[in-house]
Ligand binder design. Structure first.
Ligand SMILES: *[C@@H]1O[C@H](CO)[C@@H](O)[C@H](O)[C@H]1NC(C)=O
Ligand SMILES: *[C@@H]1O[C@H](CO)[C@@H](O)[C@H](O)[C@H]1NC(C)=O
Ligand SMILES: *[C@@H]1O[C@H](CO)[C@@H](O)[C@H](O)[C@H]1NC(C)=O
Length: 178
């Protein structure tokens, strides 16, 4: 009887250890730095002087979902929802709609920080499939205070006020920090 209990106990211990090892293997690391910023996209056809985004091509005859549209931007980034809050960084780069079956903006841009908190850049790229509530793009590198950084940026649409203005939340999680 005692031998049986001993065997049962050691089998249970073995199973617990295997389950722990598997879950430790699957568990993602915690970010070493996290920044939640807001990206303001302002197209202003009535006042081009204050637009921060330019539609370079709008070839809508190729299909629906803005397929073929290419946008260059130099947009302010703030740490709250307000367009007129002091910017903490600029987002400079481009996106292009590259799917005919849904809205999918391929992003490639850099975040440029030049404040007392941070100086340097983060470089980001990936697919923004707008119908999804949360979209992950890659942080592929960085410079300055973000030397050699890598991570994930989760995009969420914060507001969409037609073509003139929309705002995305960028939840930046870095997993490599030096
Ligand atoms: C841009 O200009 C328009 C028209 O003058 C104005 O209503 C709007 O508030 C301006 N936006 C910004 C961010 O300055
Ligand atoms: C793109 O072109 C289409 C067709 O000419 C037009 O309806 C649409 O408003 C344009 N989009 C923008 C954002 O200018
Ligand atoms: C960064 O900010 C400083 C101080 O405001 C300014 O002198 C410098 O030109 C800025 N650098 C860039 C690249 O914008």
């Amino acid at each position: 009887m005692q031998g049986f209990i001993h065997k049962a106990a050691s089998s249970i211990l073995f199973i617990v250890l295997v389950v722990q090892a598997v879950s430790a293997y699957k568990k993602r690391p915690e970010p070493c730095k996290r920044l939640v910023l807001y990206y303001h996209v302002l197209f202003d056809g009535t006042n081009e002087a204050n637009a921060t985004s330019a539609i370079v091509s709008n070839i809508t005859k190729l299909g629906d979902f803005n397929f073929g549209q290419f946008v260059v931007f130099d947009d302010p980034m703030t740490d709250d929802h307000h367009l007129l809050s002091p910017p903490v960084a600029r987002a400079q780069g481009f996106y292009f709609y590259n799917m005919k079956t849904t809205y999918n903006a391929g992003f490639a841009y850099k975040l440029i920080f030049n404040s007392s908190d941070y100086k340097g850049t983060l470089n980001l790229m990936g697919a923004d499939i707008i119908a999804q509530e949360a979209r992950d793009i890659s942080v592929v590198g960085g410079t300055g205070d973000f030397f050699m950084a890598r991570g994930i940026c989760t995009l969420r649409t914060d507001t969409f006020q037609g073509n003139a203005y929309f705002r995305l939340q960028m939840d930046i999680k870095l997993y490599e920090c030096y």
